[in-house]
Write a protein that binds this ligand. Structure first.
Ligand SMILES: Cc1ncc(COP(=O)(O)O)c(C=O)c1O
Length: 428
């Protein structure tokens, strides 16, 4: 039995059965956009540990910063005692935010779901409306508040009712809804307005992902994001932007929503922010975060090790201009995937921004029926050829590697994909 298999056997005996593991490998170490399993097999990682390792594994700047801070202290209960490092980190994040959020306030959390939970609480505290609006196929996390909004896979909600009062409306997933992008955008805006009208005076916020992540890497038309912003203003509802997956320059800009020239009222961040350490933030526009002492807090917020790693991560991305690299390599990957789309019947749609790219796998292009078995085949064969990817939605495969991936590394992964698509094509 291989070392990985032995670990997996021990894991399966005692770990929660709720986790989603697609591949039978056990992580040993990582460097850049490569990982090695316990049997020393090397893989190219197009998943970056769920779009988190934006600066690559064991990034030297991040490792150095963690080591240096570990010598001084890892935790100081920042929510209860002052410290300089979390303040510097928060200032640095604000420095990257669009106006007027750059003059706003920051709350520290430890994960994506907690950053969303904090946004939900602040929105309710500020507006006092019992409802919020969220989207079909959205994913905002799994704690009860965030889960009440999450509407991605049925299994994520089954058995956990009752939920908080949330109304769900359609997100412009035009490919699946079999509409033209603009037609779908207008349809979804009409549905959104209907719901806002219905909840008038009772709704605190609209929660929105700038690109739906777990729901299938769905890029909305620009008109939809702009229309949603306008409706929030018209109905006096806070626009809460969930940037947990799209943020931190993954789409080229610090926030994914900046690609749509829209400014939200509240932003939730996590994943890539801590360079591999647990770190999340909720940021509110000026004047909003006025809640009193003890209204919301935690133990680990502003953790010193996470802040040291986070600061090194942000500085590294800026120094190396990784946002620009994400756009450059992302566009190249999209170009090659679009070429493959012409060749292979199962590749129905290719979409994305920067290095947040989704491939919609279908049974055939005409029916657009989700190609679930086809996706499984592609992912498993790619894994056997040492390429790691993650699924999203019903039949999407996402490509979200480290932002410092080179074109040559991208080509290596794309060549594997081409080979696997070819195998699938000739299997049928
Ligand atoms: C958009 C979005 N929001 C929230 C979350 C929840 O983050 P976490 O798993 O860190 O709680 C995720 C996780 O995938 C996400 O993609």
């Amino acid at each position: 039995m291989s070392k990985s298999d032995k670990i997996i056997k021990r894991d399966m005996r005692i770990l929660s059965t709720s986790m989603t593991r697609d591949y039978p490998y056990a992580f040993k170490k990582g460097r850049g956009c490569y990982i090695w399993d316990e049997d020393n097999k090397k893989y190219l990682d197009f998943a970056a540990s769920i779009a988190t390792m934006n600066v690559g594994y064991t990034n030297p700047d991040v490792v150095k910063a963690i080591k240096k801070q570990a010598e001084k202290g890892t935790h100081c209960a920042f929510p209860d005692f002052y410290a300089e490092l979390p303040v510097r980190f928060a200032e640095t994040v604000l420095g990257n935010m669009p106006k007027p959020l750059n003059k706003g306030r920051v709350f520290f959390s430890n994960s994506g779901t907690e950053s969303v939970e904090a946004a939900l609480k602040l929105a309710k505290w500020a507006k006092r409306g019992k409802y919020v609006i969220a989207f079909d196929h959205s994913f905002h996390g799994r704690t009860m508040g965030a889960l009440s909004m999450t509407f991605s896979k049925p299994v994520q909600r089954a058995g956990f009712a009752p939920f908080l009062p949330v109304k769900h409306v359609p997100y412009p997933y035009w490919y699946r809804m079999k509409m033209e992008p603009e037609e779908c955008s207008q349809f979804c805006l009409r549905e959104l307005e209907k719901t806002m009208k219905l909840l008038d005076g009772e709704c605190s916020a609209l929660f929105i992902e700038p690109i739906q992540g777990e729901g299938g890497y769905v890029v909305p038309p620009k008109s939809f994001m702009k229309g949603a912003r306008k409706l929030c203003d018209d109905y006096d509802i806070l626009m809460c932007d969930d940037e947990v997956q799209a943020g931190c320059w993954r789409t080229g800009k610090f926030l994914g929503i900046e690609n749509f020239s829209v400014t939200p009222d509240i932003v939730s961040l996590a994943k890539a922010l801590g360079g591999g350490l647990p770190l999340g933030l909720m940021i509110a526009k000026p004047g909003l975060m006025k809640w009193p002492k003890s209204a919301h807090s935690n133990t680990f917020g502003g953790n010193l090790l996470s802040c040291a790693a986070g600061l090194a991560t942000l500085n590294y991305i800026k120094k190396k201009k990784l946002g620009q690299n994400a756009v450059r390599v992302g566009n190249y990957i999209m170009k090659r995937l679009n070429e493959m789309k012409e060749k292979y019947e199962c590749l129905g749609d290719v979409r994305g921004l920067g290095l947040m790219i989704g491939m919609e796998i279908v049974q055939n292009k005409k029916s657009r029926k989700p190609g679930k078995a086809e996706r499984e085949f592609i992912m498993y064969k790619s894994y056997e050829n040492r390429l790691i990817m993650l699924g999203a939605g019903t039949s999407v495969i996402r490509i979200c590697p480290a932002l410092n991936i080179t074109r040559a590394q991208a080509d290596a992964g794309l060549n594997v994909l081409d080979k696997v698509f070819h195998m699938l094509h000739h299997k049928k």
